[in-house]
Design a binder for this molecule. Sequence first.
Ligand SMILES: Cc1cc2nc3c(=O)[nH]c(=O)nc-3n(C[C@H](O)[C@H](O)[C@H](O)COP(=O)(O)OP(=O)(O)OC[C@H]3O[C@@H](n4cnc5c(N)ncnc54)[C@H](O)[C@@H]3O)c2cc1C
Length: 401
Amino acid sequence: MKVLSDYKKCTGCGACSQICPKNAIVMKPDDEGFLYPEINSSLCIDCDTCRKICPQNGKDYVNDGSVKFWGGMIKDEATLMKSSSGGAFSAVCRILDDDAIICGATYDDKLNVHHTWCSNGDGIDIFRKSKYLQSDVGEIYIKIKNFLSEGRTVLFSGTACQVAGLYAYLGGKPEKLYTVDLICHGVPSQKVFDCYIHSLEKHKKTKITRFSFRDKSNFLGDWEIGTAFGNDKKQKHQAWGQDFYMSGFLRALFYRPVCYSCQYANSEIKRPADLTIGDFWGSKSVNPLYDDKKGSSLIVVNSEKGDFLIEKMKKVMDLTSVNREQAVKENRNLIEPTKENPKREEFFNRLNQGQDFITIMKDYRKGKSHSQIVRVLVTKVAPFLVEHKRKKVRKERQSRM
Ligand SMILES: Cc1cc2nc3c(=O)[nH]c(=O)nc-3n(C[C@H](O)[C@H](O)[C@H](O)COP(=O)(O)OP(=O)(O)OC[C@H]3O[C@@H](n4cnc5c(N)ncnc54)[C@H](O)[C@@H]3O)c2cc1C
């Protein structure tokens, strides 16, 4: 018994498991570590609710594609330095009521990434910083339904498939629910991240207690990974490009299978959340105040509620309206999914044979990643070719005169 006939289409949003009236569905990891629903046939009453609500089976709650784009940086420098990009997530929290409920992804003490909630305020710090793997939503949709039924305002932030899963579970878009989804390369599994952490611990011969994918605390003008070994005094920083996990992430080596055909990364920009947020590459060219090394946000407004939020966010962020071309120029994941790395299957075979993560990655991180190549093509090669063509046309005209 399956929720989806083609189980590889499953995003792992968990709506089926949380809605099941008999608690017959459990999310279990497959051999790559991605969570999939497993139906206990002795508890199942064949009500079909799980199949009817699955966003991959029909209704995916996307907006109509009439979007607006903004670039921005949060005005408060301390919050900017604590945020992954330009602090758009914190800005949304800041304009909501003090008693609003905020839901997002955080680590537990074993570095498992999962969704949880807190009251608005300083507590939202646990959600800051991107964790580049799939967060386990657990029973967060059930919690959100309870908060909404008590009349509370709720902000949910997650990947587009998780936002669609939440709406599917709730059966619509309640008035007091605000949602933010992320521009997304794709998500690796907790198992891949765990293998990396264990491998790093083995190579460094010490325990890792904290990990940050987007560390600005030792900020030398480029993106850094921050790893705390044993205690905070031993904190190590290294450039993104040198990190073995990020090398595989940027090369699309180990995402969830459905990410390579993600329906939310589409050229019409039809997405489920009220706002979509990501990094605003090339932001300096639209506003000299922005600095994509310090972090700036690209914000896509997808709904009327999104319009309402962005109007209020103008108080706490320096915002600039941008056009579609400026928005997607260096952020292709907004309009298309990442292409699968042909070595993906080989990578998982080696990992499942028990080979050491770092040893495997040493074989795969030669050459530039797909996103590095796209960025070089868009920012360096394309303008060069255009200029070259212009010069040629000019020369031809002059020679005809
Ligand atoms: C897996 C993943 C892939 C991404 N890929 C891209 C990309 O290709 N291009 C791009 O421009 N931006 C991408 N981003 C988004 C970017 O890294 C920032 O998260 C985003 O710009 C928000 O920055 P901020 O400064 O507003 O937020 P911060 O204050 O740092 O907050 C981060 C927000 O992201 C949420 N979050 C963190 N980790 C996860 C997770 N694993 N699952 C669900 N929600 C999470 C938190 O709940 C919080 O709301 C990705 C993020 C993730 C998690």
